[in-house]
Design a protein around this ligand. Structure first.
Ligand code: FES
Ligand SMILES: [Fe+2]
Length: 366
């Protein structure tokens, strides 16, 4: 339990500076973001040998590429000669040729050749390789970790791989259909905390709280470094699309798996997978990328309509909340208030925020 938690004293929310101080953001950027599993991209972006795409984590420029052996690897995007960047954007390469002096690397990162390097006494090309980055394929979702000693995702997020496979039986065949960018003028933690409690749902999300879920059954519990949302669904007959409840075990269910610190898998009834990916820009700005997927990325009126409805309701409703909180955190009149932690958990409890804030404190204060 948190050091402040006693029977007499409610736990207070984090000090405002955690959300506003650029120095705290710098500590997170160089520490937390560099030693946690961060979403890089989807396997469909590297379907063929030589396909690559660039991405960044904790300010590092990285890229992911599929090798001749079919293996997907990630590297720092920097030549081992004099540090020019190797690739831009995305594309396909037979070999990786540095634009500066044409040193050439194999797709597995090993140096193959360079103009005139043989003239250098003692030059051993087998010693030179692009610097690799840890990468994991999580049902087609690629996550990278700048910490070479990071424990695998299955240890961070126990049970999640198996649960996702049963909630989305076709997860291995999915490809992105829609990828929407939602800028929010707030600290990434304000947005993530808002996502991770449903204490605000009843008065702010009428569609979600009456059309999708049964609020009285909503709960969010830590599962390792995952916050797992579970609920019973209400009014499946009022959903805007057809659901074949007989097709599989979880066809009528909603669930979500928030993977600390900045990603979430969410499943709507009908096994519709969608994702959240928070990208923190600075202390006051975050971009939320909402991803929607279908089998083979085939266009689906249902999923497109769901995405539009989600943007018009839950997403739009949340932006107003988080941006107001960010302004409030800068007010001289604000003192951190007590969290509503109900020992019985449930929808009107902030126990999930308590768990999150413990991880947030650890990330900044050690
Ligand atoms: S910096 Fe890449 S070849 Fe010189
Ligand atoms: Fe919300």
């Amino acid at each position: 339990m948190n050091e402040h938690a006693t029977a007499q004293t409610p736990v207070r929310t984090l000090d405002a500076r955690y959300y506003t101080d650029p120095e705290i953001f710098r500590i997170e950027h160089n520490g937390l973001f560099a030693r946690t599993w961060q979403f890089a991209g989807h396997v469909s972006q590297v379907e063929n040998t030589g396909d690559y795409f660039t991405f960044s984590i904790g300010g590092e420029n990285l890229f992911c590429i599929r090798g001749k052996d079919g293996e997907i690897r990630a590297f720092y995007n920097v030549c081992q000669h004099r540090a020019h960047e190797m690739v831009h954007g995305d594309g396909n390469a037979k070999l990786l040729v540095c634009p500066y002096h044409a040193w050439t690397y194999e797709l597995d990162g090993g140096l193959r050749s360079g103009p005139n390097v043989k003239s250098v006494p003692g030059f051993d090309r087998s010693e030179i390789c692009l610097t690799p980055v840890r990468i994991e394929n999580f049902h087609g979702f690629l996550f990278a970790n700048l910490n070479p000693d990071a424990v695998p995702m299955d240890e961070w997020f126990p049970g999640v791989r198996e649960e996702l496979a049963s909630f989305v039986p076709h997860i291995g065949q999915l490809k992105p259909l829609e990828w929407v960018e939602i800028p929010e003028d707030c600290n990434w933690k304000v947005s993530v905390e808002n996502y991770s409690e449903c204490y605000h749902c009843a008065i702010n999300h009428p569609t979600f709280a009456t059309g999708v879920i049964k609020p009285e059954t909503y709960n969010i519990l830590p599962q390792g470094y995952c916050l797992r949302h579970t609920t019973e669904c209400a009014n499946l007959d009022r959903m805007t699309y057809e659901i074949d409840l007989q097709s599989n075990e979880h066809a009528g269910d909603y669930s979500s798996w928030f993977l600390w610190p900045m990603f979430s898998f969410q499943v709507y009834p009908g096994n519709v997978l969608n994702t959240y990916h928070w990208r923190a820009l600075d202390a006051d700005h975050v971009i939320v990328w909402r991803g929607w997927y279908t089998i083979d990325g085939v266009d689906s009126e249902t999923v497109r309509r769901l995405a539009v409805q989600d943007r018009a309701t839950t997403v739009a409703e949340d932006i107003v909340l988080v941006e107001s909180v960010q302004r409030g955190l800068k007010s001289r009149g604000y003192r951190p208030g007590p969290l509503v932690v109900d020992p019985a958990c449930g929808v009107n409890s902030e126990h999930s925020v308590l768990a999150l804030q413990q991880w947030m404190r650890e990330a900044v204060d050690g």
